[in-house]
Design a protein around this ligand. Structure first.
Ligand code: CMC
Length: 377
């Protein structure tokens, strides 16, 4: 009897979690029991990191102390800046992966996988992640990295370090919501990768490095960048139908649509749709939103009956573009939002660990005769 093979581990439950709940049929997402709609509209990314790490929303004082801790941990060791300088020609995700990996050399608790130490490391990585991305972006332009500004919140400080100017409050709030929406999402591919690393009793730095590597692909974190490239290629709403038909008729996919778990609209998309529209109007560039809505409301309508709707990445790219964030930084922003989620998944894995080690059915040849090298011609 051949074994049952579940390609892509589709619909396989790996373990239990208290991190996030996803109802793919209803399009519902909860972090630690709280609806993503409430968190996106009423909380901050700092509150959400606290919620993920400690399981409850902070009081004002707890939030103040936690935020102080995040702000105090933003600086990178000089050696890590030097490493980023050495890899300045690389893609920002490669630089982030390298930066996180290099931070392991300077973290005094790197090998401590207790819950407390893993959360402390998660706080440090969450705080330093934006500094890595911003410093690398400056270095690759031949500019000096900008030191973190403790007067700004997490999202604001990232924008400040990236552009070396004070961001507008509206821009800070946009990025804050974007970080919240990306913070945690169950056994997605990158969290699974992080869990596999944790399950060998490796450490959080290895797991987050793994997560970043897995996230990089266009079928996971890379879709936002691809969506905006598509919108730029389409150019005008009236070109959208033909452009998309060409892709779909040739067996291609429209980026920013479809999801392994959601068979209804991804609940995260709604918060970016309206913000993409409003930002486009504000910046005098309403066309991008028109193109995207044409693709959503005209071209992809027949796909709805197959459970293919927009996902979180569909409108994210247009927001980053309108904020003048270079397109190769889009995935890194997703990664910065996801560091708390990866951390929590590792905490859960460490707390009740079993080595993740599935099987592969061997379908190659068997028992072949070994021919010594000198006899192989
Ligand atoms: N455009 C057109 N057809 C699609 C799309 C799409 N975006 N997504 C899935 N399909 C079709 C696919 O071609 C297949 O058709 P058929 O049954 O005829 O072969 C069917 O839907 C099922 O696809 P699948 O690949 O078996 O489904 P999956 O659950 O493995 O795919 C996915 C999930 C995200 C990889 C896929 O929907 C996709 O490639 N989407 C585009 C990339 C994207 O937007 N990724 C971001 C995901 S959300 C952010 C994150 O959490 O990573």
């Amino acid at each position: 009897m051949p074994p049952e093979i579940i390609k892509g581990l589709k619909d396989v439950y790996l373990d239990t979690t208290t991190s996030s709940f996803i109802d793919g049929q209803e399009g519902k997402l909860l972090y630690r029991g709280y609806n993503i709609h409430d968190l996106a509209e009423k909380s901050t990314f700092e509150e959400v990191i606290y919620l993920l790490f400690y399981g409850n929303l902070p009081t004002k004082q707890e939030l103040q102390e936690f935020d102080d801790l995040l702000r105090a941990n933003r600086r990178l060791p000089d050696e890590v800046i030097q490493v980023l300088d050495l890899v300045k020609a690389s893609h920002p995700m490669d630089a982030l992966r390298t930066g996180v990996s290099a931070l392991a050399a300077f973290d005094p608790e790197v090998t401590d996988n207790s819950t407390e130490a893993t959360i402390r490391k998660g706080i440090r990585l969450s705080a330093m992640g934006p500094t890595i991305v911003a410093a690398h972006h400056r270095l690759r332009q031949g500019l000096e990295p900008v030191a973190p500004n403790p007067d700004l919140n997490h999202a604001g400080n990232f924008l400040y370090m990236l552009f070396n100017e004070m961001p507008e409050q509206e821009t800070i709030d946009l990025l804050d919501v974007d970080f919240i929406l990306h913070a945690e999402h169950g056994a997605n591919a990158s969290a699974f990768g992080a869990r596999v690393a944790a399950s060998t009793l490796s450490d959080l730095h290895s797991a987050v490095t793994t997560g970043i590597g897995v996230l990089k692909g266009p079928w996971h974190g890379g879709a936002a960048e691809e969506v905006m490239k598509m919108a730029l290629d389409i150019g005008q709403p009236e070109n959208a139908a033909e452009y998309c038909r060409n892709i779909l008729d040739n067996g291609g996919r429209i980026m920013g649509f479809g999801h392994r778990v959601y068979k209804a609209e991804d609940p995260r998309a709604r918060h970016l749709r309206e913000r993409s529209r409003a930002l486009g109007e504000k910046k005098g560039q309403p066309n991008w939103f028109k193109i995207l809505t044409y693709v959503e409301d005209e071209v992809m309508v027949p796909y709805r009956s197959r459970g293919i709707f927009v996902n979180v990445d569909f409108f994210a790219g247009s927001i980053y573009y309108l904020l003048e964030i270079p397109d190769d930084l889009f995935i890194s922003i997703f990664a910065l939002g996801r560091i708390p989620g990866w951390t929590l998944q590792c905490v859960e894995q460490f707390e009740d660990n079993m080595l993740i080690r599935p099987l592969l059915e061997y379908v190659g040849e068997m028992d072949k005769e070994f021919v010594p090298l000198e006899e192989r011609g």
